[in-house]
Design a binder for this molecule. Sequence first.
Ligand code: ADE
Ligand code: ZN
Length: 340
Amino acid sequence: MTDTLIELVRALPKAELHLHLEGSLEPELMFALAQRNGIAIPFASVEEVRAAYSFSNLQDFLDIYYQGAGVLVTEQDFHDLTMAYLEKVAADNCRHVEVFFDPQTHTERGIAFGTVVEGITRALADGKARFGISSHLILCFLRHLSEEEAFKTLEEAEPWLDRFLGVGLDSSEVGHPPAKFARVFAAARAKGLKLFAHAGEEGPPEYVWEALDVIGIDRIDHGNRALEDSALVDRIVADGLTLTVCPLSNLSLCVVHDLKSHPLRTMLARGLRATINSDDPAYFGGYLNTNWVQTTQALDLTRDELLTLARNSFTGSFLPQADIDRHLAEIETVAARFAA
Ligand code: ADE
Ligand code: ZN
């Protein structure tokens, strides 16, 4: 890959559409918050934490990710976590983010729903003022818990509903298909919320079909395994749905065994609106531009593919059309500077 393409990646305006705020908790901040809140963590140093980040599947990662989130207690903690993420992606020329959080990870520990939401949304407002980054917030249900608990969370969210773009579905995929949450997603839709779900990360193509046919999702998180079913790919293309793909996450969680065999190029070639995202950057080795650069190098992505990916990040967002058009126009300006 030429240096020019790396420069193009850095210069392109981008949106990030798949990011778990709890997954942006760097070991340094984890230690600082543990100390601030008097919480014991089972690691002696930042190096020891990093050494523990070796995963053979999604569950391996989730176990350590939920444990790490235990240091988040006060509104200020959630603010600091969110602000640290925004500072990182501002440096990556990221202009818009649609971020997930997992309220049940915190309310289960006795943290008030409002503490979490107020801390995060205050930081998102600060991030807009400091970096010009616009944002949407998505509340995720933990799929290893029951639908009843998801309903309880939706009820708790009621006073803050106007702060959310929509609801998502994350955590342990296999054994917890989308249909398990059909009723709570219908209730969220009735409240005017958009619907998102992790599907086809580890789970089979049938889970992606369910996310489409039973839930009626507005965007697919990951979706890698959809490629195993060509009728499913045709359907996703026909519906114009976006896939929020996370290359370094896929590598860390052994969804792919080598970035060179990542299906991103195939997705684009099949006409899928794929995007590049970081998922849980503190755990998977890099933020937005690291995902872009490493994927570009591994797959030898072309200038045209990079421009498509940048456009997809905005056309796949839920920004107002006028904002999307403004970002797309800027992409064309940058593209002209990096003429073919
Ligand atoms: N929670 C945080 N990251 C996740 C992922 N990649 N898949 C499912 N749940 C998650
Ligand atoms: Zn995710």
